[in-house]
Every structure is written in C-alpha cells, then in structure tokens.
Design a protein around this ligand. Structure first.
Ligand code: FES
Ligand code: FES
Length: 156
C-alpha cells in the first residue's frame, strides 16, 4: 500500500505516493523523475546518491522517502543549470574533475555543504569532506583543486 509524501525538491512542491519501504533515492528518481541523483551501492558506502535535506547532507539510499515528508530537498538539478552553472560546477569542469561523471552529483553537493559551513577550507578539510564519496575514476586531486579555487570567492 502506498502512502502520500509531500516534499519540496529544488524549490518545487511535490505530492507523490510511495511504498513505505521506498528510499528517498527511489522517491526522487522514480517518483519525481529526477535522475541526477545516482544509485550505486544502495547501502551507504559510495555517496553517489548524496542530496541535501533541510540543508544537511544525506545519503538518500539510507533514508526512507516518508522520512522526508514536509522537508526541503536539494538535488544536483537544483544546484545550477546548463546555462547558469554553480561556481562549483564550473570549477569542476575547469579543473578536469569530471570523468565518467557518476560520482559528480554527490561530490558537488558534498562540496557545497562544506563551503556552506566553512567558506575557506584547507586542502585537508576538502579531502576529509570527500571521504564518503567514492570515485572510481580517481578525480580527488582535481576535485580538491576545484573546491580550493572556489573557496573564499564569496568574500572576494
Ligand atoms: S547509493 Fe547511496 S551511498 Fe551508495
Ligand atoms: S568521475 Fe567517474 S566515478 Fe568519479
């Protein structure tokens, strides 16, 4: 039996029906149709499904959809648009931090959360922030350089 789920995703309101065992990742991808949130391990190890819920990073495969009722979710689709990239997206491209791109949505949202909390992170802070985001293409050095290039921009 499905239950109603009301939530805001990228500033749009959605009212959908979900099974009680559906994860937030399934609600976003299958219920709402936003497939930028990627699915890989489904047990919290890879970080490809990372989104922000009420401003906090969440691995959406570890949260039930119904737990997001009345909450505000940010997915990669809400970070920027092709003609209006977020500075982090532009920096990832500029620094070659995107290869296959499967980990990229999760890494970008992780980087956003880091800069929201700490606008001037050190290289070590950035590498620590990425510890929950597995990248099989190994873009960590490029992604770290990208975040460093954006760090402190707000204050410049
Ligand atoms: S799919 Fe959620 S952490 Fe891997
Ligand atoms: S760019 Fe391919 S998994 Fe990270």
């Amino acid at each position: 039996m499905k239950y109603p789920l009301s939530l805001t995703v990228n500033d749009e309101n959605y009212d959908i029906l979900v099974e009680p065992y559906h994860t937030l990742m399934e609600a976003i991808r299958d219920g709402i149709g936003l497939t930028g949130t990627k699915c890989a391990c489904e047990d919290g190890r890879c970080g490809t499904c990372t989104v922000m819920v009420d401003g906090q990073l969440v691995k959406s495969c570890l949260m039930l959809g119904l737990q997001a009722n009345k909450k505000s979710v940010l997915t990669i689709e809400g970070l920027g648009a092709p003609d209006d990239l977020h500075p982090l997206q532009a920096a990832f491209l500029e620094h070659g931090a995107v290869q296959c791109g499967y980990c990229t949505p999760g890494m970008l949202l992780t980087a956003k959360q880091l800069l929201d909390e700490n606008p001037n992170p050190t290289e070590e802070d950035i590498r620590s922030a990425f510890v929950g985001n597995l990248c099989r293409c190994g873009v960590y050095t490029h992604a770290t350089e990208a975040v460093l290039s954006v760090a402190g921009e707000e204050e410049k």
